[in-house]
Design a protein around this ligand. Structure first.
Ligand code: NAP
Length: 478
């Protein structure tokens, strides 16, 4: 199947005619050829987004709201189709893919409600002959660069608020998962967004990104991906002082105190650790368990993990699909081997499994490793795989110090029934998102984002609107 890119409301191929192939990570079966666009098409997309910008920002907020609501409805209408496509190109189990479409449509719907609520402000002046006004205006042409692990939601949580604010956008999805993105692009046309308001390009990320940052018309780039690439983009953004939002890597701690509801902690651990095969930025990567309940927790977690069915995402009941590619498999293997070399004890998993013949060798057994320590790669780097490394602790201070011993600051989880401790620990953890007795904190109405090496800016909730608006101060002498 041959697909096209969305540019100025039209479906176009790369000028060169070049394409690349998107494959199913569970089977290596080719799914589609997509255009390999580059600088030329990016420059055209920027021009198209710039032309569309002035009329779009002048549309009444109610129009922007209506079109966004329409888009959210269309996504839900096509939920099953989009979810099937996502599972085939990304690998996640179908139930998770359906959940992601709901979540992704939720960001569009939430943003729709924010469009008519972009209030300005009037500040009391120091003299009777002045009025001090604060206006909030769209930043202009924006771009989104997104990762493969959430092919729909990482786009819509940028696209929704950008369009709601009156910005136009150029989207560059990850090379592994452009098909869900292109399907959402088609829905923006069906919803009735004017040509050029949404543009979608696939191709070489380095060339497209360079063309975006080289062009002063692009006023804002929102990026979700690894810290390493985020750092590259910070450097590129210096050229024209392009605004950035950076949703980068994470290395979430998961603390269980001795007074925790252990059943709830296990449910939370399974949700946050093994969702999307451990390939989420907020997935628990380091488990710190109070020594008095450590053995019970490990036993219960092992029991829960043994029920997780491994297989291709479209098969009934599957909870663990394939890892995204062979590089991901190598990284997970390396982290496990390194841990075992440094005193780790394998409780379960630890290797690839073959659910049946004809599948790619990317299915990794859900893994638990005891005796984690600070020397291990598992402690220091994002694993991005279904591996739960566990370390025992004795005091609250020790648990918080271990949890904070990371350059990352995206999400952290802890379980306790002590209300005072709950507030104390929530305040002490150096993370942007805290799951307190909750393994699934993300939701469209709440601010999502990190601190430290996990980036800056927020998505979700009303906070995201700041990312797509400039504040203008008007001092008015009467
Ligand atoms: P990635 O390698 O950083 O890629 C992310 C995006 O950047 C893709 O669109 C990719 O395009 C593009 N890219 C890659 N190299 C580039 C370069 N040199 N210049 C410009 N763009 C470039 O990350 P990933 O492997 O897709 O995603 C996993 C990472 O994302 C993890 O670290 C995860 O924690 C993080 N993440 C963070 C959040 C959050 O909200 N904080 C959410 C999800 C994921 P191509 O694929 O076309 O090369």
């Amino acid at each position: 199947m041959q697909t096209l890119n969305l540019l100025n409301g039209e479906w176009v191929a790369a000028e060169s005619g070049e394409t690349f192939t998107v494959t199913n990570p569970a089977t290596d079966e080719p799914l589609a050829d997509v255009p390999r666009c580059g600088a030329l098409e990016t420059t055209r997309a920027i021009a198209s987004a710039q032309r569309a910008y002035t009329p779009w920002r002048k549309e009444p907020a109610a129009t922007r709201e209506r079109l966004l609501r329409q888009l959210a409805e269309l996504m839900l209408r096509d939920r099953e189709k989009l979810a099937q496509l996502m599972t085939r190109e990304q690998g996640k189990p179908l139930a998770e893919a359906r959940g992601e479409i709901d979540y992704a449509a939720g960001f569009i719907d939430w943003a729709a409600g924010e469009a008519p609520r972009l209030y300005g402000e009037m500040i009391p002046a120091s003299s009777a002959d002045k009025r001090l006004l604060v206006l909030r205006q769209p930043v202009g042409v924006t771009a989104a660069i997104t990762p493969w692990n959430f092919p729909a939601a990482m786009i819509t949580r940028k696209l929704g608020p950008a369009l709601a604010a009156g910005c136009t956008m150029i989207i560059k999805p990850a090379r592994q998962t452009p098909l869900t993105a292109l399907a959402i692009g088609a829905l923006t046309l069906e919803a009735g967004f004017p040509p050029g308001v949404v543009n979608l390009l696939t191709g070489d990320s380095t060339t497209i990104t360079k063309a975006l940052f080289d062009n002063p018309l692009v006023r804002k780039v929102s990026f979700t991906g690894s810290t390493e690439i985020g750092q590259l983009l910070i450097r590129q953004s210096a050229q024209h002082v392009t605004r950035l939002s950076l949703e980068l890597g994470g290395h979430a701690p998961f603390i269980v105190f001795d007074d925790a509801d252990l059943e709830a902690a296990i449910t939370g651990a399974i949700t946050t650790k093994y969702r999307n095969m451990g390939q989420t930025c907020i997935c628990a990567n380091r488990f710190f368990i109070h020594h008095s309940i450590h053995d019970t927790f490990v036993e219960m977690l092992q029991q829960a993990v043994s029920t997780l069915k491994v297989g291709p995402g479209w098969e009934e009941g599957v909870r663990i699909g394939p890892l995204i590619d062979d590089t991901a498999v190598i990284k997970v293997k390396d982290h496990i081997q390194d841990a075992l070399n440094k005193g780790g004890k394998l409780c379960c998993g630890g290797s690839l499994v073959q659910p049946r013949d004809g599948l790619a060798r990317r299915f990794f057994a859900p893994t638990i490793i005891q005796n984690m320590n600070r020397e291990m790669l598992l402690f220091n780097e994002e694993t991005f795989g279904p591996v739960a490394p566990i370390q025992a602790f004795r005091t609250e201070e020790e648990a918080v110090a271990l949890a904070n011993a990371s350059p990352y600051g995206l999400a952290a989880y802890f379980y306790t029934r002590d209300a005072s401790r709950l507030m104390r620990v929530a305040e002490a953890l150096d993370y942007g998102i805290i799951g307190a007795n909750d393994g699934a904190p993300s939701t469209p109405q709440a601010p999502f984002g990190g601190i430290k090496a996990s980036g800056y800016g927020r998505e979700g909730g009303r906070y995201v609107m700041h990312e797509y608006t400039d504040i203008k101060y008007v001092s008015w002498k009467l």
